[in-house]
Ligand binder design. Sequence first.
Ligand code: ADP
Ligand code: MG
Length: 680
Amino acid sequence: MSLYEVPITKLSGIGEKRAALFRKLGIETVGDMITYYPRSYDNWSATTPIAELQPDENCVVRAKVATPVNNIRISGGRTMAKLSVCDDTGYLNLVFFNNKYISSMLRYGEEYLFMGRVAYDKYGYQMVSPEFNKLTDSETITPVYHLTAGLNNHMMIRAAKEALSMLPAEIRDPLPADALQRYDLCPLSFALNNVHFPADLQAMETARRRLIFEELLTLNLGMRLMKSQSHEQTAMHFCDDYTAEFIEKLPFTLTGAQQRAVGDCVADMRDKPSPMNRLIQGDVGSGKTAVCAAVCYHTVKNGCQAAFMAPTEILAQQHYETFRKMFADTDVRVELLTGSMTAAEKRKARARIESGESDIVIGTHALVSESTVFAKLGCAITDEQHRFGVAQRARLASKGEHPHVLVLSATPIPRTLGLIIYGDLDITIIDELPPGRTEVETYFIGTDKRDRALGFLKKQVEEGRQCYIVCPLVEESEGVDELQNANDYAAELMLGPFRDISVGILHGKMKAKDKEKVMAQFAANEISILVSTTVVEVGVDVKNATVMMIENAERFGLSTLHQLRGRVGRGEHKSYCILVSDNQGESTEQRLGVMCRTNNGFEIADMDLKLRGPGDFFGNRQHGLPQLSIADFSDTETLAQSQEAAESILRTSPDLSDEALRPLRAKIRKLFETTENTMN
Ligand code: ADP
Ligand code: MG
């Protein structure tokens, strides 16, 4: 029987109540406990003599208990335990709060290891609530687990130890023997034991590297399998090229890069035995929508429907308006389908989609709901794909018989990661902006200069321009309602500096109808200053807007800031971005400094990756990847090796049906079974 079938309650000291806490951490079985890897380790081997302790540093001290424990009652019914310990070089005072067991755990005259932050006051060195350990030479490195309220690290350590003791002597290794050898990886049982309780640092590294490799390999294989399934069948072939006649109707000439993108798509849809599976990557404002429209027109003229899925209502709405204009003097019928439409509206729209009366359908997630049925879907397009999960994209494609697939992204991604996230997607890069764009001038200011900045906005409005203000972020924990916050902020402006100016509010929690109304008013220049939360982040296009002012700029990722800035500088007027922040931290200065220095999205993404690390940058959720338990994408060498191994395995067994690969198949299933419910 697999340990994944043995409930966690089989471990001693874990009853139903405690099991509920483990479940919060995703641990339901003994197997889950074994694969619940430590988030870090405490190294007890590097001890510091007491005389050499440095205040404010985290240190390990090897010392004897030199005084009895003194239990003191303090206010609020709490207790404090005080004692001193010593080594050959000096004394150290220890303080513990609310732990009545200290006197039984720390015995006078015995030696222990203490780990904690060192403080220094008039009584000498001190540690408050240090971790401590009885001296054992075999366990100098101890695991530190992610916890939840009610579970402490000691309980986790106990559970992990007992779970590991239940491992059978012979475990079947999911990794093929030749991969183990080729990449110099340790056996599974060594890895599992040493990832929790490493014999030494070297063993810990060896164990982790193997498990990271295994997880990345599993991820790679899973992603590739998903893709290859969509490749099995032949597609519809669109032999006649209709894009030229559409492009002629556009009010502008396509840039060279846009033209190449259209050409790539047309070729994919005509020549290949399998459907198009292409990613178009282009900075904000590079004109991806027009490319998409041409592809949609081409699809419709070849007798099929096209679907265009956007991540937000506002964006879907805007694409719909844009398309309606672009297709005004054609016979192509454009349909909108979003979650906020009334039941009756949706029903009618769906009926037209199912009967084939609609040619191009633009919408939100509503497009992939079960009740949406296409008469003949030939091309499925996803905008700002990083907001959707892999599975959602796949679900849109499943609405047709292996339709062509196109995804659009404004977020550049390094190649190794692109391979995982996009698998075998072909990539077109739009590296040219439409003519006449000027760089957005960017400033980073403290709140002391806010009034001056608002004065500048006012002047822009007097010259006929419009501005966005992204209002200060609030977190739920601050107990302030987001909507209330936006309202208050706007009210303050309307009563103060913008008394004579029309100010509008746009907020994520507003009804779609109200949002639309505000957006329409802004687009018609009936609203001069739009105060919003980040809902304006994607796509919104108002050429007359020239200032983007962002409060609490330090709270946003660089990519988000870049997207926000992309809302201005879209027309002929000189545009500005003002980042407001009082955060003096070095990383804030660095990050906001990058924004001031460059307008290049690729450069900014690179910087973001360097400053924040890939873990944050490629938040798994963002990309709809499964939750990883030990790997992240920062270890590029292991990443590359796992990719190589995946390719080699797929060469010999393209669908992994090989009997020897059964354990690996089970791993893939397990990894991906959580994907669906971790996605938004
Ligand atoms: P993004 O790539 O960020 O989605 P959009 O498709 O929204 O960019 O295009 C940004 C703006 O540029 C739109 O107002 C669009 O009409 C305009 N545009 C697109 N292509 C061209 C072009 N070749 N020449 C001039 N303007 C263009
Ligand atoms: Mg766009």
